[in-house]
Design a protein around this ligand. Structure first.
Ligand SMILES: Nc1ncnc2c1ncn2[C@@H]1O[C@H](COP(=O)(O)OP(=O)(O)OP(=O)(O)O)[C@@H](O)[C@H]1O
Length: 361
C-alpha cells in the first residue's frame, strides 16, 4: 500500500440546498426540477494530502468551510463530489460532537467508546482516566444537554483522546475551556504527536496553530487558498486579515457578499470540465481521462439527491399506495373501482341494491 499519505482529499465539494422552509423542501421533492432552490457550495473543489504523523492546521475566516471539511474527513457528513481516503480510525473533538444530549456524561462515554470499537471491559478499564481527565464532577451523572460548552468540550476531548484513535480531528474544541484545561489538552496533543498520530487541528487561534502544527491549510470561502509550512501560511493569512480589517464597513460587506455569491454561482459541471482538461494536458495520450475524472468525482459518493427516474418511481408508488388505502376504506373491490372510479369516494352501501337495504327494515 502507498504510505505517502494518511488522509487524501481530492476534488472535494460540498453543496447545500438553501430551502426556506420544510414545505419548500417537500415541494421540491415532487417537482421535476429543483433549479429554483438556491444552492450554496460550502466547498468548491478541495484537494490536499495529510502525511502520517503530521499535524495539519485548518485556518480561515468564519464560514470558510473548515468544519465542513473536518466533518467530511471524520465521516460525519458526506461530500458531494470527490475522493476522501482516510487510512485509519478517526476521532473528532468538536464542541459536543457526537454527544447525545439526553444521555448522561457517563452514558455518553460508554456509547462513544463502543462506537469507536472498544469492548465493555476495555471501557471499564479506561473509565477512571476518562472521568478524571474530563474533571466535570457530578455533572457526569446529568444529561449532557444541561452542560455548558466548556463542559461538553472537556467530556468530548477526554473521550476522544482516550479511545486511542489513529487520527485525531480537533475542531475549535480548545477555544471554550479554561486555561488549566487548555494546557492539559495541549500536553495531550503533544503526547499524540510524539506517538506519531495524525492530527487535523481547526482553530481561529493562530498562536495555537503556530505551537501545534507542522503545516497549515488556509481555507478561503470554500477554496484551498494556500497550503504549506506553518510560518509562511500564517504570515500570509495575517496579511489578509490585516488588509481586511483596514477596509471600510461597506467594503467589508461588499467583499463578503461577493465571496458568498461566488459560492452560490459555482458550477460543478464546469469544474469537472476544468479538471478533465487539466488532466488531459498532463496526459495527452490517455483517451480515458474524462471517464476517470467522472469516476473520481462521483464514484465514491452516495448521492443525497434522488435521480429524476427515482423520484418518478417513488411518486408512482406513493400514489398507488394512497389508492389502495382508499379502495380498502371504501370497501369496494378493485374491479368495482376500475369500472366506476368515482365509487372510491362513496361508501359501499350506495352501490348496493336499494331493495337489499329495505328488506332489513
Ligand atoms: N447544513 C447547512 N446548510 C446550509 N449551509 C451550511 C450548512 N452547514 C454549513 N453551511 C454553510 O457552509 C459554510 C461553511 O461552514 P463551516 O461551518 O464549514 O465554516 P467554518 O469555516 O467552520 O466557520 P467557523 O469558523 O465560523 O466555525 C458557511 O457559509 C455555512 O453557512
Amino acid at each position: 500500500m502507498d504510505n505517502a499519505y494518511k488522509i487524501k482529499v481530492q476534488n472535494v465539494t460540498k453543496e447545500y440546498d438553501l430551502y426556506k422552509s420544510q414545505s419548500e423542501k417537500l415541494r421540491s421533492f415532487f417537482s421535476l426540477s429543483n433549479s429554483k432552490v438556491p444552492h450554496f457550495w460550502s466547498l468548491m473543489g478541495i484537494s490536499l494530502e495529510i502525511k502520517p504523523g503530521e499535524t495539519l492546521g485548518l485556518i480561515g475566516v468564519n464560514g470558510s468551510g473548515k468544519s465542513t471539511l473536518s466533518n467530511i474527513i471524520s465521516g460525519i457528513i458526506p461530500q458531494t463530489t470527490g475522493i476522501v481516503d482516510v487510512r485509519g480510525d478517526t476521532s473528532i473533538i468538536a464542541i459536543g460532537a457526537g454527544l447525545r444530549g439526553n444521555l448522561t456524561g457517563l452514558e455518553n462515554i460508554r456509547l462513544k467508546a463502543l462506537m469507536q470499537g472498544l469492548t465493555n471491559p476495555e471501557i471499564d478499564a479506561l473509565m477512571d482516566d476518562i472521568v478524571s481527565f474530563a474533571d466535570i464532577g457530578d455533572f457526569l451523572y446529568q444529561p449532557v444537554k444541561s452542560y455548558s460548552s466548556g463542559m461538553k468540550s472537556r467530556l468530548g476531548f477526554s473521550i476522544a483522546v482516550h479511545v486511542n484513535p489513529d487520527i485525531l480531528i480537533i475542531d475549535e474544541a480548545l477555544s471554550v475551556g479554561d486555561d488549566t484545561f487548555y494546557q492539559k489538552c495541549v500536553d495531550k496533543i503533544a503526547e499524540f504527536k510524539d506517538e506519531g498520530k495524525t492530527i487535523v487541528f481547526v482553530s481561529h487561534s493562530l498562536k495555537q496553530i503556530e505551537i501545534l502544527c507542522d503545516r497549515v491549510a488556509w481555507i478561503h470561502y470554500g477554496t484551498l487558498k494556500e497550503i504549506g509550512a506553518t510560518d509562511k501560511v500564517v504570515k500570509d493569512y495575517r496579511a489578509f486579515t490585516k488588509w481586511f480589517k483596514a477596509q471600510t464597513k461597506k467594503e467589508k460587506k461588499h467583499f463578503q457578499r461577493q465571496m458568498k455569491e461566488n459560492q452560490k454561482a459555482f458550477d460543478i459541471d464546469a469544474y469537472q470540465k476544468q479538471v478533465t482538461e487539466e488532466r488531459q494536458q498532463a496526459d495527452p495520450d490517455n483517451a480515458n481521462v474524462a471517464a476517470a475524472v467522472k469516476k473520481d468525482f462521483y464514484g465514491s459518493v452516495i448521492s443525497e439527491k434522488m435521480s429524476l427516474s427515482n423520484r418518478i418511481l417513488t411518486t408512482v408508488v406513493g400514489v398507488l399506495f394512497v389508492l389502495i388505502c382508499l379502495v380498502n376504506i371504501s370497501g369496494h373491490s378493485v374491479s368495482q373501482v376500475v369500472e366506476h372510479p368515482s365509487s372510491i369516494f362513496q361508501p359501499e352501501t350506495v352501490l348496493h341494491d336499494p331493495n337489499a337495504t329495505t328488506s332489513t327494515k
